[in-house]
Design a protein around this ligand. Structure first.
Ligand code: SF4
Ligand code: SF4
Length: 411
């Protein structure tokens, strides 16, 4: 967003404070600079030249879940998350990006070979006995801070990436649709079971699936102000799926899905628009495009659903997953309180701001527990990681599953 557009949106804020009740960070901290009104005021003063990009300012701009809850409540429809992203881009241009992030975005996200190598090292750490030793000796705890808690969030890595376990093209007899599957990094390197469940469900619906070589959707880079890397990744993905010649593109990750829809604005080409127009969430494909047929096996489980921010507010999808869940044999659906309230994951927010994310996640965990459900279903691997961690902290034996995994249980 250019500075004129930023000014235009910032001038729209009437300082009504309607965003306070919606902001999960404000609810937990009662701190004005963390709510949309406070952030917009800081940005306005910076753009007027009354404030500098001080370390405090940089820190405050990092305090946002980009959850869009404030925008949903704002009477003036101010796109706060987009303004925060523009401000982070300004910070990246003026102050640069940290050495670690710069290298991760430019040398890992853009290179699947290196990313796979990094995932393998994490797998080796978990399976060589080193992780056991680290936990047993509590060495990270002795170093101080919350490193030890953060380490416990690392889920089991897949032994080999999901995309290397399956063929690039899965054909089926009397195929009625060719679906491109954008797997996202977390499904590829960690949640392989979600990827296999998605394929099982699609196979049962007689659609052809193509999984071309693909790259990170670009969200981590964009959220840190590195728009250039995000654009480069988007261009690679657009080209890969264009070559695959698919009718629709689906993803099982709400954050990736929301980003894929943004490719049109981000890249601004005809091919990017065609890509975004074809993109949709896994649940939308089943509920709205093809006739959904669950299997006959009764699941006998009570479940609730957590709306990822980037599914409900990012893509406007909330009915489709509920419709699918309610149609599953044996499944009892229980709506939880504030099902669309952010769980605190927000990409890497739960790692960079662990304590605050823990408070936001605690509220989510309580709502899940109070629903009385045996499992919480969602459609975002990042939310799955956060909710598993938070429910474990609460000592609640509640399963956290991707929607595709729940559906696959009926076959
Ligand atoms: S709700 Fe919108 S207009 Fe009101 S203070 Fe918040 S951002 Fe400004
Ligand atoms: S996007 Fe979410 S975390 Fe950020 S200011 Fe708005 S409500 Fe608060």
């Amino acid at each position: 967003m250019n500075k004129d557009k930023m000014h235009e949106y910032l001038d729209r804020c009437s300082k009504c404070g309607g965003c306070q009740a919606a902001c999960p960070l404000y609810s937990e901290t009662q701190m004005e600079p963390l709510v949309a009104r406070g952030k917009l005021c800081l940005m306005q003063n910076y753009l007027k030249g009354d404030l500098e990009l001080s370390p405090k300012m940089l820190e405050l701009m990092s305090f946002c879940l980009l959850c869009k809850s404030c925008t949903e409540q704002c009477p003036n429809s101010i796109p706060v998350d987009k303004l925060v992203l523009s401000m982070r881009q300004e910070i990246a241009e003026q102050k640069g990006i940290s050495f670690v992030k710069k290298n991760a975005f430019q040398h890992l996200l853009q290179n699947n070979g290196r990313l796979t190598m990094a995932a393998k090292l994490a797998y080796l750490y978990q399976h060589s006995g080193l992780q056991w030793l680290v936990r047993k000796t509590n060495i990270l705890g002795l170093l101080g801070g919350d490193l030890s808690s953060k380490e416990k969030m690392l889920p089991s890595m897949a032994k080999t990436p999901f995309r290397t376990q399956v063929p690039e093209r899965l054909t089926t007899s009397n195929s009625r649709l060719r679906v491109g599957y954008f797997t996202g990094c977390l499904t590829n390197y960690i949640f392989e079971e979600t990827g296999h469940a998605v394929l099982q469900v699609l196979k049962n619906h007689h659609v052809e699936v193509v999984i071309p070589e693909q790259w990170c959707c670009g969200v981590p880079a964009l959220a840190s102000g590195d728009e250039q890397t995000a654009v480069q990744l988007a261009q690679r993905n657009i080209e890969a799926f264009q070559k695959a010649g698919v009718d629709v593109i689906i993803t099982d990750c709400a954050s990736c899905g929301s980003m894929l829809l943004e490719y049109d604005d981000l890249v601004g080409s005809k091919a990017a628009k065609a890509f975004a127009d074809k993109s949709m969430d896994f649940s939308q494909l089943l509920a709205d495009v093809i006739d959904f047929n669950p299997g006959d096996k009764e699941v006998r489980m009570s479940v609730t659903f957590h709306d990822p921010c980037h599914l409900k507010r990012g893509q406007g999808v909330s009915d489709a997953p509920r419709k699918l869940i309610r149609s599953l044999p044996g499944v009892a659906f229980r709506e939880m309180k504030d099902s669309d309230r952010c769980c605190g994951a927000a990409g890497s927010f739960n790692i960079t701001h662990y304590d605050l994310a823990k408070k936001v996640g605690h509220t989510k965990a309580r709502n899940i527990i109070d629903s009385g459900a045996q499992a919480v279903i969602t459609e975002c691997p990042s939310c799955i990681m956060q909710m598993r961690h938070m429910l474990e902290r609460e000592g609640a034996p509640i399963q956290v599953l991707h929607l595709a995994e729940l559906i696959s249980k009926t076959y």
